[in-house]
Design a protein around this ligand. Structure first.
Ligand code: EPU
Length: 293
């Protein structure tokens, strides 16, 4: 399938539940882990020539793969894309494949403020940027100065403003790959930064489920309200479909109690939407990305 010059991993029939924090999903036709922009170029050219569709995943913490898996190629950036370094006094460059928690810890150690609002959010830096991950305290888009994008030809740095950051969204086309990001932070004492990180972690620990497989919040918050509050008020905490359950801790988390399939989650999400719509006339929309095909 691949042209010469590709040196990353390529597997057939990779089980996708290994790459998804919900631990569900069938197999991928192809699963590729490129380790350089050269690899990515060869991969994208080869897949394009054979008309094989592809999708890129980050940490797999906000995706649901269906029971049927994905017939095209699932791409996940390799270790070579995970470097994090301080370039200047307040500028940090992070590879897209770096784990977001590692970046938050790095900033705490270096005494750089601006990422504390992201403490406790799993996933990769690239995924966080594409989805504008955040909390009520702030979003990653607030500190993104530049993003390195790959369109199949040459990597290119674009200003953060061109990403069109809004609530859990950007306007970056699906076929563009985020390779790295430059973050503009603020110098402070490490102690102050780390103490805010600890506070944020504590808040999450008490209001959200931990130690159980989930994809974070399942639904986007509707304008001016909270999906978790609505699902709770509709009496759905603890409701199950197979192994999938509305978390008894936070109702916008659908959790895998063990042995759930993607179909269980989709059925449960459908039931939640229907019930919330009946009770409150509000149509919830998914925040997680459901991948079919
Ligand atoms: N609430 C309930 N029952 C529940 C959950 C929440 O009554 O089961 C109430 C809370 O008591 C509170 C209100 O709903 O009055 C809001 O709840 P919370 O503070 O937990 O915030 P949220 O709106 O549910 C959002 C983000 C989270 C983020 C938190 C904290 C979305 C969809 N969710 O949740 O992000 O961690 O704020 O800033 O925007 C995620 O994106 O995956 C995510 C978890």
């Amino acid at each position: 399938i691949l042209d010469r010059g590709y040196s990353g991993q390529l597997a057939m029939g990779e089980p996708l539940h290994r790459h998804c924090s919900l631990r569900v999903g069938g197999a991928a036709g192809l699963f590729a882990v490129p380790e350089s922009t050269g690899d990515l170029r060869v991969l994208m050219e080869s897949l394009g020539r054979d008309a094989i569709p592809w999708i890129l995943i980050g940490g797999g913490t906000n995706v649901v793969f269906s029971n049927g898996g994905y017939s095209g190629c699932v791409v996940r950036l390799g270790e070579e894309f995970s470097r994090v370094r301080r370039e200047e006094e307040t500028l940090v460059t992070a590879g897209a494949a770096a784990a977001l928690p590692r970046l938050v810890t790095f900033a705490g150690r270096e005494g750089l403020a601006g990422l504390e609002c992201l403490a406790g959010i799993p996933g990769s830096v690239g995924g966080a940027v594409r989805m504008n991950a955040g909390t009520r305290e702030g979003e990653i888009g607030d500190v993104v100065e530049q993003v390195q994008i790959f369109d199949g030809r040459e990597p290119q740095w674009i200003p953060g403003q061109e990403m069109g950051f809004s609530y859990r969204r950007t306007i970056l086309p699906e076929d563009r790959v985020i390779l790295a990001v430059r973050l503009r932070l603020r110098a402070e004492t490490g102690e102050a930064v780390r103490s805010r990180v600890a506070q944020q972690m504590e808040r999450r620990r008490t209001s959200q489920p931990t130690g159980v497989a989930s994809a974070g919040c399942w639904f986007r918050n509707p304008e001016g309200d909270s999906a978790g509050r609505l699902i709770d008020a509709a009496g759905m905490k603890g409701v199950r479909c197979g192994g999938a359950q509305v978390s008894p801790v936070h109702a916008n988390f659908l959790v895998n109690t063990g042995g759930a399939t993607a179909a269980d989650f989709l059925a449960l999400a459908g039931k939640v939407k229907e019930t919330v719509h009946e009770r409150f006339g509000i149509s919830l929309e998914e925040e997680v990305r459901i991948i079919h095909g």
